[in-house]
Design a protein around this ligand. Structure first.
Ligand code: ZN
Ligand code: MN
Length: 257
């Protein structure tokens, strides 16, 4: 038993150890962003959450976790505040699409046939799908689960979380740096949460269309889009446990591994 036998992180393995484990399960690819998350959370929220879900699911369902992508598709004003926030650092959709496509193609060349893309950043979703669509145009029999973590949360878990929040559930787009992301970080990385800085905020208007350039009153000054004061570590734990369970079950149900 060597020390690396327990790790699911590809980057901590030798190339031989990676090769030995290729047939043992899927390769997870966590994809996040470097994006403002209000005055109380670090820029890495979307990446931290994607990594944690990927690693915990790999421990449960088998497989290895490829090094994460820390940059995501350009932050949008209505779902992350947009590029006007200092420190938010993004790549274009075609850059992300090529990067994901390149990584998947190289792993597939090594013999990886099953991939789980764990997405933590709202704006990434269609660039990831396009990368996989293009990969599969080559007539390969590789298989993919593409999961944005918030989609895995059931209505029965989500309901009670927002029950006592005035205004209820605002939709995932508007939950940026709000109740659930803050809760997940309080559970996963309390050392990175400035609890004294947690605020409830939101833009003063939310038009049902996209305005560019985005007027100031459509973006909250703090970068918090919802009522982050309702976040708790217990909520974070409940969300994480369900998301990991649903993802592990998906791998079992879809691929029987
Ligand atoms: Zn986020
Ligand atoms: Mn994001």
């Amino acid at each position: 038993m060597t020390e690396t036998d327990d790790t699911v992180r590809m980057e901590e393995l030798t190339w031989q150890a990676f090769e030995d484990r290729i047939d043992d399960g899927p390769v997870f690819v966590p994809i996040g962003s470097t994006e403002q998350h209000g005055p109380h959370l670090p820029l890495s929220v979307d990446t931290v959450i994607a990594i944690e879900i990927a690693e915990r699911t790999a421990h449960e369902a088998g497989g290895m976790v490829a090094p994460p992508l820390h940059y995501g598709y350009t932050s949008q004003p209505g779902s992350g505040g947009g590029p006007e926030f200092v420190a938010t650092t993004s790549v274009h959709g075609d850059t992300l699409r090529r990067q994901v496509g390149n990584i998947v193609a190289d792993l597939a060349r090594d013999g990886v046939r099953e991939f789980v893309i764990v997405n933590g950043h709202f704006e990434n979703e269609y660039a990831i799908r396009e990368a996989i669509d293009r990969h599969l145009e080559n007539g390969l029999d590789d298989r993919f689960v593409i999961a944005s973590w918030w989609d895995l949360l059931s209505a029965s878990t989500r309901g009670p979380i927002f029950e006592n929040v005035p205004g209820g559930f605002p939709g995932w787009e508007a939950e940026h740096a709000g109740v659930v992301e803050t809760s997940l970080m309080l559970y996963l990385r309390p050392d990175l949460v400035d609890e004294d800085a947690i605020v409830d905020d939101g833009s003063s208007r939310n038009p049902p269309y996209v305005l560019k350039p985005a007027p100031e009153d459509t973006i909250p000054d703090s970068g918090v889009f919802y009522k982050a004061t309702h976040a708790t570590a217990e909520t974070g734990e409940r969300v994480l446990m369900e998301v990991v369970e649903v993802l592990a079950n998906a791998i079992e149900d879809e691929w029987g591994t």
